[in-house]
Design a protein around this ligand. Structure first.
Ligand SMILES: [Zn+2]
Length: 228
């Protein structure tokens, strides 16, 4: 888009368009918030309760990301300027819906451009499905800060998981295999290395079997490969 900027007037137009689209998102959020059904209200409360598992992605100062929030002259996540609330799904104006009619009968999906998470009604009581979709959203929020925050989190999660998940390196090799990952993307969208590591970290915190949050039969596959 910036290639088309020739003068100050063009730049102002882009600014206005962006500001307008953010206004549209905020309005959509406000309308959604005020008109939630009891079912969606309950889903919103569940999402709020599950947000604690994303403390690192929200740059909480008690999380493994704390050291990266410190700056030489001030502290990005001090008490008055904590990233946690503004980087939460509610703080980012994400909306949640329940559907009985999701394409291919998937458990859920994210519409990133709409900041919308949709959960299949048949699995609405499954926190792991909700966590999976929340993780997709949190990854987008993190990338909107900048890519080095994402890279730093990959590094920290790897260090944390290295002693807790046997064969972690072999699991990463399998997941990051280019042909495999292209096929997986065609099936269910992008699942990055960050997504893999963070989903495993959530599994451990929730006392889940590994790959419960990740899904896609990874638990069975890795058991068959004797890697877990
Ligand atoms: Zn997914």
């Amino acid at each position: 888009m910036l290639d088309s900027v020739n003068n100050e007037y063009d730049l102002m137009n882009i600014y206005k368009t962006t500001a307008l689209s953010s206004d549209i998102q905020t309005n959509k959020y406000n309308v959604w918030f005020a008109s939630r059904t009891a079912e969606v209200y309950d889903l919103t409360i569940r999402v709020l309760m599950l947000e604690r598992y994303f403390d690192d992605m929200m740059l909480d100062k008690k999380s493994i990301m704390a050291k990266y929030t410190k700056m030489p002259f001030n502290d990005f996540s001090d008490d008055t300027n904590n990233g946690t609330d503004s980087l939460s799904l509610m703080g980012q104006h994400y909306r949640f819906e329940i559907s009985t009619n999701i394409q291919n009968d998937y458990d859920g999906y994210n519409d990133q451009s709409e900041k919308l998470i949709v959960i299949n009604k048949s699995v609405i009581n499954n926190d792991n499905v909700i966590l999976h979709e929340m993780l997709h959203a949190h990854e987008q929020i993190l990338l909107s800060i900048n890519h080095i925050v994402r890279d730093a989190l990959i590094l920290e999660l790897y260090k944390k998981l290295k002693n807790q998940v046997k064969n972690l390196d072999a699991i990463i090799d399998f997941h990051a295999n280019i042909n495999h990952n292209i096929r997986l993307s065609e099936l269910g969208g992008e699942h990055s290395l960050l997504f893999l590591l963070k989903s495993l970290e959530i599994d451990l915190r929730c006392n889940n079997e590994l790959f419960t949050v990740f899904g896609y039969d990874y638990n069975r596959n890795f058991k068959e490969l004797n890697l877990i």
